[in-house]
Every structure is written in structure tokens, then in C-alpha cells.
Write a protein that binds this ligand. Structure first.
Ligand code: OSB
Ligand code: MG
Length: 369
């Protein structure tokens, strides 16, 4: 039995090396919440709440995560006894929604449990791949030339796939420019729900560009629109925001709302649910990849572990730390070499928190008891 004796929450800020713009936000630095769980026997696990600052990707914000973590999740977790992380995930699932906040606790529980059991997190989750393929996600740039320069730099670094953010006014022209300049590079696009009409001629045109997939063209709840688009185009539709629960994936599969799934640890509420989504998608023959939320090293390590599961057959957004941060919160950065990230075989998360650096970047902290 593991009993959680101590919970620590920290709001930590890191400057971004390159501004990342989607249709709704552009940031120079990010603030995430690190969760440290300590068991009665002294074993420790870390997790990360990687919510964006504003409620534009999902309804959560850093401040809402902080409040929910402090007022509802910490009281559930503190003093809780469990034998497997899925039990703690079941307890915190009494809180509806708030997936990013719950994910931080779930990842901390998995880190603690795998470390204490002497096995690598990837192995604990059922991972089998020794290395995972990394792609990059590129935001909306000021000009097409800026975008082409970003693609050139990332392709030279060896990344296996390039994902381009699109929105009305920034779609066919930049995407065609990238396809023309880099015909051999696998490209996919992500709209973060910026379109409304399944018959939109822009989507018809994107369908002719040989893209790996079109990710989340419509609003999260509009699975019917995704199904209508998927029925008329050959390019696979990928779901991101639409799938927050395994039940959403069941609905999507029933409707034919997409042929690829982006599994995000944060969006699913943690590794426990992410593995379940992977298992269902795999049983249904649906390829998956791991999406990112600009995680710091702790959350990124969890993404690497998850991406080692056998259903992750497409490159994930597990770019090296240096794509985002000059210095990460782990003692070693996460490194992509030739578009591959090694999956650690050491017990637990596989990367250690850099405690002194974390302390220097902490803007608020809460320790209980
Ligand atoms: O839709 O994948 C998304 C970042 C913020 C909000 C939404 C998304 C993203 C990313 C980040 O694409 C990808 C990464 O972490 O590299
Ligand atoms: Mg997305």
C-alpha cells in the first residue's frame, strides 16, 4: 500500500525560445504547475499540469488548475492509500472535467509507483519501443518566409514530421508553400477548431496536398461535422480537442468522425486514461500519436513514456527541450537526435527534476502538510 503523506504544488515559469501562435494566443513565457507527491515511505513522484494560461484550448487555465488542485484534488490525494496509480485516478475522477489538473496528479502517481517498483515508467505503462519518433508543431508565423525558415531549421534537425497550425486566412497558401519547398517532408495541419463548415472549399483544397492528416478542423463537440468531412475527403481527419474521455473516442469511432487520434496526457486527464484510449484505438485499428502542450521536462518525460506504447505508429509532438526552452526543469534536457528520442530504461520517470532551478523559477508554492 502507498499512502500519500505530502503534496506540493508549484507554479513555475519558463521563457520560450520562440513565440508560438495559434489562432487565439501568442506567448513569450509559460507557467505550468508541478505536482510533487511524497509517500509515507519517502518515495517521491513528480507530475506536471501543463495548462495554457487562457481558456482557449480547453476550458482550463493555470489559475483554474491551481484552484482545483488546491481545493479539490489535494484533499482527495493527501492521505489516500492505493496500490496502483489507476486507483488514485479513479478517486480524482470524482472531479468532473479539469483534465489538465487531474493529469498532473496522475502522472505524479505513475512516476512514484514506477520508481518505487524499480521499473521504467514506459515499461509500467506497457511501452515496448526503445525510441520514439519526434515531430514538431509550428505556430502561425508573421510571414510565409518565416514559416519556411522554421521548417528548414527543424527538418535539418532531423524531425520526422512537421505539423502546421492553420486558421482561416493562414491555410492553403502557407501549407502549399511548405509542400512545394519540402516535397519529401511529411506534413500535417492542425486547425484547433477554427473552421465551421464541413463543405468548406479550403478543406477540399487541403485534401489535394498530400497531407498526413487534418487535425481538429471543427469545434470540440462537433463530432458530426468531423464525420461529414471524413466521409467526403481522403485525407485522414485527426481528433484532438474532441476526445477528452474514452467515451468520446467510442462516440467518434461509432460516427466515423476521424481516422487518427492525437492522445494528449493532459487532455485525457492523465496516463491512466491515455493508455485506455490507446488500447481502444489499437483494438479498432486507429493509429495514434502523442500530442504536446509545450510541456516542461516532467510532462515531456511522461509523453515520451506514453509514446513508447505499440499503437503510437506516427511521430509524436515530443520535440527536444531545446525547441521550447533554453533550460528545462530536469537535470538533463530531453534530446531528439535525428528525430528520435531515447526511452529511458531507468526506474520511474527517467528524468530528474532540477530542484534548484525549479526553486528559482517558482512564483507560488503550496505544501501540505
Ligand atoms: O493543438 O496541439 C495543439 C499547443 C497549445 C495548444 C494546442 C496545441 C499545441 C501544440 C503544441 O500543438 C505541440 C507541442 O507541444 O510541441
Ligand atoms: Mg491539436
Amino acid at each position: 500500500m502507498i499512502r500519500i503523506a505530502r503534496v506540493e504544488l508549484r507554479r513555475v515559469t519558463l521563457p520560450l525560445v520562440h513565440r508560438f501562435r495559434t489562432s487565439s494566443h501568442a506567448k513569450r513565457s509559460l507557467e505550468h504547475i508541478l505536482v510533487r507527491l511524497e509517500a509515507g515511505d519517502g518515495s517521491v513522484g513528480w507530475g506536471e499540469i501543463a495548462s495554457p494560461s487562457g481558456p482557449f484550448y480547453s476550458a482550463e487555465t493555470v489559475s483554474s488548475c491551481w484552484a482545483v488542485a488546491r481545493d479539490f484534488l489535494t484533499p482527495i490525494v493527501l492521505g489516500a492509500s492505493w496500490e496502483h496509480p489507476s486507483e488514485l485516478a479513479a478517486a480524482t475522477a470524482k472531479v468532473r472535467g479539469n483534465h489538465f489538473a487531474r493529469a498532473g496528479f496522475d502522472v505524479a502517481a505513475w512516476s512514484l509507483w514506477s520508481g518505487r517498483s524499480g521499473i521504467a515508467l514506459s515499461r509500467a505503462l506497457g511501452g515496448t519501443l526503445p525510441q520514439v519518433e519526434a515531430g514538431v508543431s509550428l505556430g502561425i508565423e508573421p510571414t510565409v518566409d518565416d514559416l519556411l525558415a522554421q521548417v528548414a531549421a527543424r527538418v535539418a534537425e532531423g524531425y520526422r514530421r512537421v505539423k502546421l497550425k492553420i486558421a482561416p486566412g493562414w491555410d492553403v497558401v502557407p501549407v502549399r508553400a511548405v509542400r512545394d519547398a519540402f516535397p519529401a517532408v511529411p506534413v500535417h495541419v492542425d486547425a484547433n477548431g477554427a473552421y465551421t463548415d464541413p463543405d468548406d472549399p479550403v478543406l477540399t483544397e487541403l485534401d489535394t496536398l498530400g497531407l498526413l492528416m487534418i487535425e481538429q478542423p471543427f469545434a470540440p463537440r462537433d463530432l458530426v461535422a468531423h464525420a461529414a468531412l471524413q466521409a467526403r475527403i481522403g485525407t485522414p481527419v485527426c481528433l484532438d480537442e474532441s476526445v477528452e474521455e474514452v467515451a468520446d473516442l467510442v462516440t467518434a469511432l461509432r460516427l466515423g468522425a476521424g481516422r487518427v487520434l492525437n492522445i494528449k496526457v493532459s487532455r485525457m486527464g492523465g496516463l491512466t486514461a491515455a493508455v485506455r484510449a490507446h488500447d481502444l484505438a489499437r483494438a479498432e485499428g486507429m493509429p495514434v500519436w502523442c500530442g504536446g502542450m509545450h510541456e516542461f521536462g516532467i510532462g515531456r518525460a511522461a509523453n515520451v513514456a506514453l509514446s513508447s506504447l505499440p499503437g503510437f505508429t506516427m511521430p509524436s509532438d515530443v520535440s527536444g527541450s531545446d525547441k521550447y526552452y533554453a533550460r528545462d526543469v530536469t537535470t538533463r534536457p530531453i534530446v531528439s537526435t535525428g528525430g528520435l528520442v531515447e526511452v529511458p530504461a531507468t526506474p520511474g520517470l527517467g528524468w530528474e527534476p532540477d530542484l534548484a532551478f525549479i526553486e528559482s523559477q517558482t512564483v507560488d508554492a503550496l505544501r501540505l502538510p
